[in-house]
Design a protein around this ligand. Structure first.
Ligand SMILES: Cc1ncc(COP(=O)(O)O)c(C=O)c1O
Length: 370
């Protein structure tokens, strides 16, 4: 049935090993972010149940806690309307940890923790790149928040974390290295400031795929968090962090029609199957809604999904070539490499896992929702 989400097991394993090698070589704990695949079966390969993980939703936290994961970092600021879900996750995962990045959030967590049976683990988020959330490393508020958490009766202050999301705009190796260095230096600075104020950080955690793989010494951090590396995608390939041949996720689609005068091929993968993400639009090569491969995953040079409707995708060639019937005939199968793997995978409830022989060897499930 098409569209379907395929996961190439060999590529996936190789990608997982690449990040593990970086963490091992620098003796850092790897806390993989499971947000891309959100799959227990996939996590067995890169985040075994005894190891730490990062999640992006409480739905993931609950699922992974039920499966035996005990050290789970929920790396999104927690809204008060989710406090009621904490106790159940904590009871399964004693090191379940939430984050805060303001005095208001800290005060609310301190208040709520007094009602909890188990101590609540909390980390503070630090802003290292002016990209999204977090307290500045030098800010007095960071010290005040850390002191308040350390002094609170039923809170375990675990340390600080950051994510240099600005690295997604770094399109050269040098820029990624500079951003990786900035990420480490800024969070290390925050840890030093806290230490001088009398607060110790057990965890100093940082990471994004481009900065983790930037070929630098990650000095000053003891934990590396990255996620999309497990599958990679066209955005990462566009940054040069991986090759397109490393991309482990793809969407299997069927040719359902043509517009001969426009050299268009119509497929049954629209934005519902691919997502609307156009993350390569600002890169040197705009891959539209995905790069096109034959049914075995071989990249078809110059062919890309140039437009999408809800259930229709339009494939064209960069030089407006006529689509050969042998590849693009009615009913032919194609694979589309995702622009942003996290967004594309989110359109599915399961993955068809492709083994070494090119056949589907397993179906892996995925946790959706919040
Ligand atoms: C807080 C946090 N940590 C880690 C990551 C992992 O980043 P990447 O997917 O680039 O490895 C993300 C990505 O969104 C994140 O938001």
């Amino acid at each position: 049935m098409t569209p379907a989400c395929l996961l190439d097991l060999a590529k996936f394993r190789q990608n997982c090993q690449r990040m593990k090698d970086v963490a091992d070589s620098e003796k850092m704990t790897l806390r993989p972010h499971v947000k891309t695949l959100k799959s227990l079966q996939a996590a067995e390969y890169y985040a075994p149940a005894s190891g730490p993980i990062t999640v992006s939703t409480l739905a993931e936290a609950a699922t992974f806690a039920s499966a035996g994961y005990t050290d789970i970092l929920y790396a999104v600021g927690l809204s008060p309307n989710k406090f009621g879900q904490l106790a159940a996750i904590q009871s399964l995962a004693p090191n379940f940890t939430v984050i805060a990045d303001s005095q208001a959030a800290v005060n609310a967590l301190v208040d709520y923790a007094s009602e909890l049976e188990l101590p609540l683990s909390v980390m503070l988020e630090v802003d290292v790149d002016d990209h999204r959330a977090g307290l500045l490393p030098e800010s007095p508020e960071l010290v005040a928040c850390a002191r308040a958490l350390s002094a609170a009766a039923n809170i375990h202050f675990r340390g600080i974390m950051t994510h240099a999301g600005a690295s997604y705009d770094c399109d050269t190796k040098a820029a990624q290295q500079a951003m990786g260095q900035q990420e480490c230096e800024r969070i290390a600075k925050a840890a030093t400031n806290l230490l001088q104020a009398g607060v110790t950080c057990e965890l100093v955690s940082a990471g994004s795929t481009p900065t983790a793989l930037a070929d630098i010494e990650h000095t000053g951090i003891n934990e590396l968090r990255a996620g999309v590396y497990a599958t990679f995608d066209c955005v990462m390939a566009g940054l040069g962090v991986c090759e397109t041949t490393d991309i482990a996720l793809s969407v299997l689609t069927s040719v359902i029609g043509h517009q001969g005068d426009k050299n268009w091929v119509i497929v049954d993968a629209g934005w519902m199957a691919l997502s609307r993400d156009q993350g390569t639009a600002s890169q040197q090569q705009d891959c539209g809604y995905g790069l096109v491969c034959d049914e075995h995953g071989k990249l078809l040079d110059g062919w890309y999904v140039s437009a999408t409707n809800q259930e229709h995708g339009i494939i064209s060639h960069r030089d407006n070539l006529t689509p050969p019937e042998s590849v693009f005939g009615y009913g032919r199968l194609l694979r589309i490499l995702p622009i942003h793997a996290c967004a594309t995978a989110a359109q599915y409830s399961k993955y068809h896992v492709i083994g070494d022989d090119g056949n589907i060897t397993a179906i892996w499930s995925r946790v959706n929702g919040w």
